[in-house]
Structure formats: C-alpha cells, structure tokens
Design a protein around this ligand. Structure first.
Ligand SMILES: Cc1cc2nc3c(=O)[nH]c(=O)nc-3n(C[C@H](O)[C@H](O)[C@H](O)COP(=O)(O)OP(=O)(O)OC[C@H]3O[C@@H](n4cnc5c(N)ncnc54)[C@H](O)[C@@H]3O)c2cc1C
Length: 466
C-alpha cells in the first residue's frame, strides 16, 4: 500500500555507505534537515565501504601515517595510467585536490588512522589506513551523523524516484513492509553500483554471471541507478565494465569482503576445468595484475579455474581463509579437485620442463621464466615439484561495476540534454565511472566517494535550505 507521507526534510540521502554518510554529515553541518535511507539492516549497514581498509589522498609531506609526499601530478599520472585516459580530467583533478583535506576531515568526523604496515600492496606512501578498517570508519560516521541530528532509517530500500522535468519530487521507500512516498527539497543518490544484481549482469555477461561471486553487499542492486537512467540521466561508463579479482570459489555468494581474495597465482600455475593453462601467471607484479584475473576466469568454461602450487610456494603469499586442497602427488591433488589427474600431471610436467633455472626473486621481475611454453610464464616460473601439493578453486569475484550517471563538478546529475538536474545529486560508485572509466587505483573508490559525497551534501544543502 502506498501511504503518502511528506516529511519535513531538506535533503534525502539514498544509500548508507561512505559517500552517503559523507554527504549526510556535510549537509547537516550546513544546516539542512537530513534523512538517510539505507536499504541494509543496522548490522549490515555501510555497503561495500565497510569492507575497505585504506584511502588514497594527496599530501605534501610524510606524516605519522604515510611514509612520504604524494602530490597532485603523480596522483594524476597514476590515474591516467590505470584508466588509459578513460577519465574526465576536470573531475579527476577536483577529486585529487579535494582529497588533500580528507586526512583531517575524516578524523574530525570520528575516523582514526593506523600507522603504516608492511603489506602486499605497497601503499604506505600514497594511502591512509583506517584503524579497524571500513567497518570502524562507517561506525564512526553513523555515530557522528546521529549526534548531529541526521535521521537514519535502516531496512529502507528506495524503490522509486518521482522526477518531473529533471526535478526530484519524492522517493518511494519500502519501510516496515509498506511503500511510502517521502518528499525532500533535494536528493543525494549514493546507493552504489549494480554489481549484486545478477540478472542485470547477465544482460552483458550472459549465463556466466550466475557463477560470479559478489565481494560486497547484496543490497547494491542498482535500483536507483536504473531509476535515474529511466528519468533521463546521462549514462557514464562501460555497462560490461567491472572490477573483478580471482576469488576462492568457496567464498560466500555475497559479502565475503577482502579475505576471500587469493594471491597464489604468481607462485604456481592456473588451469581451467579442461586442465589447460590460459594466461601468463607471472606477467607482472601481482598488485598490478590481480584485477585482470577475475575477467580471465569469467571467460573460462564454467567460470572456474584452479591455482596449483607446491610446498615451496605456500609461504610466499597471504594465507587463505579457506585451507587449500592438499595432496602428496599432483594426480591425487587433481582427483581431490575433481579435474582430470592425467591431464594435470602432463601440464605440470610440461611446465616444469620449460622452466629455466634463474635467480628467483618475488620482489623483482626476475629471470625465472619458461621457454617454449604457451602461454608463457614470464617471471617466478619455478618447477612445481615439492610435495605436498596445494590447489585452490578460483571464481571471478566482482568488486564493483563501472556503469553510472554523468555528473558535473557540483555533483549534479547530468541529464541527456546535457543540462544538470535541478536538485538531484550523485556521489560514490553510482558516479565513479566519470573519473574511473576503467582499471583501478587502490584506495581511490573511497576518495571519489568522500570528495563527491561532501560536494553533493554541500550542494544539496544549499539547494534544500534556499
Ligand atoms: C571487498 C572490497 C574491498 C574494498 N577495499 C577498498 C579499499 O580498501 N579502499 C577503497 O577506496 N575502496 C575499496 N573498495 C571499493 C569501495 O568499497 C567502494 O569504492 C566504495 O565503498 C563505494 O562507496 P559508496 O558509498 O558509493 O557505495 P557503498 O559503500 O557500497 O554503499 C552503497 C549503499 O547504498 C545502499 N543502497 C543500495 N541500494 C539502495 C536503495 N535502493 N535504497 C537505499 N539504499 C540503497 C547499500 O545498502 C549501501 O549502504 C572495496 C570494495 C570491496 C567490495
């Protein structure tokens, strides 16, 4: 039943992750009456933001929490490199410059930093790590928002937007089992991407999408992205584009977070279910390559692959959350993993024969490579010959999707006539495609959401309080 219920709000924030809370806090501090509608329950609030660990930001010097400076030009060049130019430079530089204030703004709103740690991703110079990770960050933001007087409703999915001539009128939200229309003078849409919507993914990936594992919240169904597009917002970003990594196939379908990623690939070989290698496992350093493996696996039959390593390799990568399949011989390992034992023995023997002896060094692009093997393994190619042998089943793990809506530097949603909507603002993953058209820069998802969340909150409040 639809009960019309016009609440006295200046700004309605749809979504409950980093971008939403940055918007809500900023709008409230600017004097607006703010309501947040989060589709998750309280326990699962915070979207994919609660799975994060670190944020990239521009800074001019080392501090207690970062090891050296990271300036605008270097930041921009890094972004240009990973996107291959698929970025809007004006918006990208805005995010980079505005990120400089996040180092202080986030702690002022409850976030605490952690001293730099040694890790696999080499981010201690460019990125700040949140103490307690994204979960603690989101708890801090919710706490701050509540203390400021932001009204927060959980279990409140916004299902429909009423928009007339590019002007937001009201949002229809499912709350306590009934649909309610909620009016506000402005809306900030910060409801993430559509990566958890398997039928939508299937439109671009076909049946293969059934076998994708979604690393984050099941609530990111793209309902509001679809609504904005339906009302004439200009799309931005490749609909098929998604950030996808190699994940342990035993991970839960949704919300496994960071721990189900597997980093074993460069230290062994990877075969598909036909027991064929299909890509160079040692092409480049893992932090530069881990995000291509999701797509590679998505293209294999049944969207499954198997990472095979031996006892020498096991200590070289981050321990897995699920124990590897272990066996005393390659044939036994194959049997345990339900792939053809003879074929796996043959693949491993061929690989071992082609691996040239060199100086093995996981810290450099070393000279341990294969010769006469297709596809080659360019680095870290060491014979797999020391039992016990270990295997991990791998699936594509989708982190987020790239399709979003176009925005301008005031976070206003751009309509198909290239004019900004009057009172509709967007922040976070729903507009990140403007800046990150492809590829990924670790810690940059939060940067975009934080900067655009603050802009959207500020501008929505300006509109809402006028
Ligand atoms: C495992 C993992 C690790 C990551 N690690 C990092 C990292 O360390 N650093 C980094 O920068 N990025 C990281 N990312 C990417 C990062 O999570 C995103 O870029 C960022 O969190 C996006 O923020 P957001 O607010 O746009 O979306 P989200 O945080 O996903 O929030 C979307 C919110 O909208 C709500 N919602 C959805 N639909 C509706 C609706 N119809 N009505 C109401 N509410 C709705 C959801 O419940 C959710 O609360 C990681 C992602 C994953 C999955």
């Amino acid at each position: 039943m639809l009960t019309s219920n016009h609440y006295p709000y200046d700004v309605l924030v749809a979504g409950g992750g980093n971008a939403a809370l940055c918007a809500a806090i900023t709008a409230r501090r600017a004097g607006a009456r703010v309501i947040v509608l989060e589709s998750a329950t309280r326990d699962f609030r915070g979207g994919n933001s609660r799975h994060t660990r670190d944020i990239r930001y521009m800074h001019r010097a080392a501090s207690e929490f970062v090891t050296d400076a990271y300036g605008e030009e270097e930041f921009w060049q890094d972004l240009r490199g990973v996107t291959g130019g698929a970025t809007n430079e004006r918006l990208a530089r805005l995010v980079i410059r505005e990120s400089e204030t996040l180092g202080d703004w986030m702690p002022a709103n409850g976030v605490r930093w952690q001293k730099p740690l040694r890790g696999t991703l080499h981010l201690t110079r460019s990125n700040l790590f949140m103490l307690g990770g994204g979960k603690a960050m989101m708890n801090a933001y919710y706490d701050t928002a509540a203390k400021l007087g932001v009204e927060i409703h959980y279990d409140s999915e916004v299902q429909e937007l009423k928009v007339r001539d590019g002007e937001f009128i009201s949002a229809v939200a499912l709350r306590d089992g009934s649909a309610r229309a909620m009016g506000a003078k402005a809306i900030v849409v910060a409801a993430g991407g559509f990566e958890a919507n398997i039928p939508w993914l299937k439109e671009y990936w076909g049946e293969a999408a059934e076998n994708f594992i979604i690393r984050g919240t099941k609530n990111n169904q793209g309902v509001l992205l679809r609504e904005l597009l339906k009302h004439g917002a200009k799309p931005e970003g490749d609909p098929r584009g998604c950030h996808a990594v190699a994940l342990d196939a035993r991970a839960p379908k949704f919300d496994g977070g960071i721990v189900t990623r597997l980093d074993s690939v460069p230290f062994g070989i990877v075969v598909n279910k036909m027991v064929k290698r299909f890509y160079d496992e040692g092409e480049d350093f893992w932090p530069k390559r881990y995000a291509i493996w999701g797509k590679l696996i998505a293209e294999q039959p049944g969207q499954i692959a198997y990472s095979i390593v031996d006892a020498n390799a096991l200590p070289r990568f981050m321990p897995s959350v699920f124990p590897p399949v272990a066996a005393g011989s390659i044939a036994e390992l194959a049997t345990a993993m339900e792939i053809d034992p003879q074929a796996l023995v043959a693949v491993v023997e061929e690989f071992n024969r082609s691996a040239r002896v060199g100086r093995f060094d996981p810290g450099s692009l070393d000279d341990c490579h294969t010769e006469g093997l297709t596809p080659p393994k360019s680095h870290w190619a060491k014979a797999i010959d020391t039992p016990p042998y270990y295997g991990y089943p791998l699936r594509p793990g989708i982190t987020f999707t790239y399709l979003g809506v176009a925005v301008d530097e005031l976070a206003r949603v751009i309509m198909q006539n290239d004019r900004p909507a009057k009172n509709i603002f967007a922040a976070g993953e729903v507009m990140a495609g403007n800046i990150l058209g492809q590829g990924y820069l670790a810690g940059f998802g939060l940067t975009i959401g934080s900067v655009f969340g603050r802009i959207a909150g500020r501008e929505a409040a300006r509109h809402g309080c006028a």
